[in-house]
Design a protein around this ligand. Structure first.
Ligand SMILES: Cc1ncc(COP(=O)(O)O)c(C=O)c1O
Length: 378
């Protein structure tokens, strides 16, 4: 980028990378709040942040090769007292992004072993979803099927709840969709990064608790179901990079570890996980307030004179609103106005090609007021 000024638009190399939100704060002098990412409105949990800072004093040592004791703490967070039985199925990574690519690469190897020369890949039934799954499938040579294509695929990846559309399958419809869309012997990723916002009972409506299902899919259909989590959203630590994947069996987990680089989760990130699972008040506050703040955001947006045609998509518990302004020109103006007021939002255009859409994060009332003020002149 020598000689050219870096901006939020050219910070991603469009030839080699996918556009994501979360970069504009670097280029805004009057920055107030980032509405362009789906992170928790509460910001980073304070005790976990302190633990990560303290671990900076240890960075002359390598991090734990087995990701412990952080991984055991995360297993306990996911499964409670039964965690020991499932622990071997859990692998952590440098953000979910690293693990997405690992599982896709493994799925390609599995397809090759089944004699598939051009394996197929399909995303969720919703028109768009978080793009890294498709990007990884494309770069690894999968043939991409349209969401509407009824053909079963060698690999299916569904983001549930779907970022950015906010669509959501509860467990039974999700299982049904998987059954109807993956080939026998195929691979599945269900991305539940946004699912912990569901409620304090989130585990009950999640594949993380469906042990028998994962086992039976594998033993009866040879379908490997993986549950992916990015922990950088619910715990607002995108700069730290923490993800995990639950594999169908311990053997699947070992096969992934074999192609994973060593020490991919750094020391401060491991210390963060160890501490964050104990921050119960933080999650209680998240469940208590996100739905209310999301309703407040929609209420404020609806009060704008220009909003008569706008449509608000997504489940009520989610940390963002997928807003259709029904006009590409208006969406472009809204993005510029938000940026100028120091409250960047995520355009639906780059990556998703949803030109009249904007993704707006749930944030506190005071910051929402700044965005609303900016959009009064739309
Ligand atoms: C649904 C979903 N999955 C995975 C990721 C990747 O997250 P990470 O920061 O853990 O790599 C994101 C990031 O936006 C996401 O929205």
């Amino acid at each position: 980028m020598l000689g050219e000024q870096t901006t939020a638009n050219n910070v991603w190399d469009s030839k080699t990378q996918t556009f994501h939100g979360g970069q504009e704060h670097r280029f805004i002098n009057n920055f107030v709040e980032d509405f362009s990412v789906t992170t928790n409105y509460l910001g980073t949990p304070p005790q976990a942040l302190a633990a990560a800072k303290q671990a900076m004093g240890e960075i002359h040592h390598y991090p734990a090769a087995n990701q412990e004791p952080a991984k055991t703490h995360l297993a306990e967070f996911l499964w409670g007292k039964d965690y020991a039985e499932q622990h071997g199925r859990l692998l952590m990574g440098n953000g979910a992004s690293e693990l997405i690519d690992l599982v896709v690469r493994k799925a390609l190897l599995a397809a090759a072993e089944r004699g598939q020369t051009q394996p197929t890949w399909k995303g969720s039934p919703w028109n768009v979803q978080y793009r890294e799954y498709q990007r990884s499938a494309e770069t690894n040579g999968f043939k991409i099927l349209e969401p509407s294509n009824p053909e079963r695929a060698d690999m299916v990846c569904i983001v549930n709840p779907c970022n950015p559309t906010g669509d959501y399958f509860s467990v039974e419809p999700l299982k049904e969709w998987i059954k109807n869309n993956v080939k026998s012997g195929g691979s599945v990723i269900v991305d539940e990064s946004m699912q912990p916002w569901h409620s304090a009972e989130f585990r009950k409506d999640s594949l993380i608790s469906e042990h028998a299902y994962a086992r039976d899919m594998w033993t009866e259909e040879q379908v490997s179901v993986h549950v992916m989590h990015s922990w950088t959203k619910i715990w607002s630590c995108t700069g730290l990079r923490i993800g995990s994947v639950i594999c169908p069996t311990t053997a699947h987990c070992e096969a992934l570890r074999k192609i994973q680089v060593p020490w991919s989760v750094n020391g401060p990130a491991l210390a963060f996980v160890e501490a964050v699972v104990n921050e119960k008040d933080y999650l209680n506050e998240t469940w208590e307030n996100t739905t209310r703040l999301r309703a407040h955001l929609i209420d404020q947006l609806s009060s704008l004179e220009q909003s008569k045609e706008w449509v608000y998509h997504g489940k009520k518990f989610l940390s963002w609103v997928w807003l259709d302004m029904k006009s590409e020109a208006m969406a472009e103006r809204a993005i510029d106005l938000a940026r100028a007021a120091g409250v960047p939002v995520r355009s639906g255009k780059p990556g998703y090609k949803c030109n009249s859409f904007i993704r707006v994060a749930v944030r506190k009332e005071a910051e929402v007021a700044v965005l609303i003020q900016a959009w009064k002149s739309l």
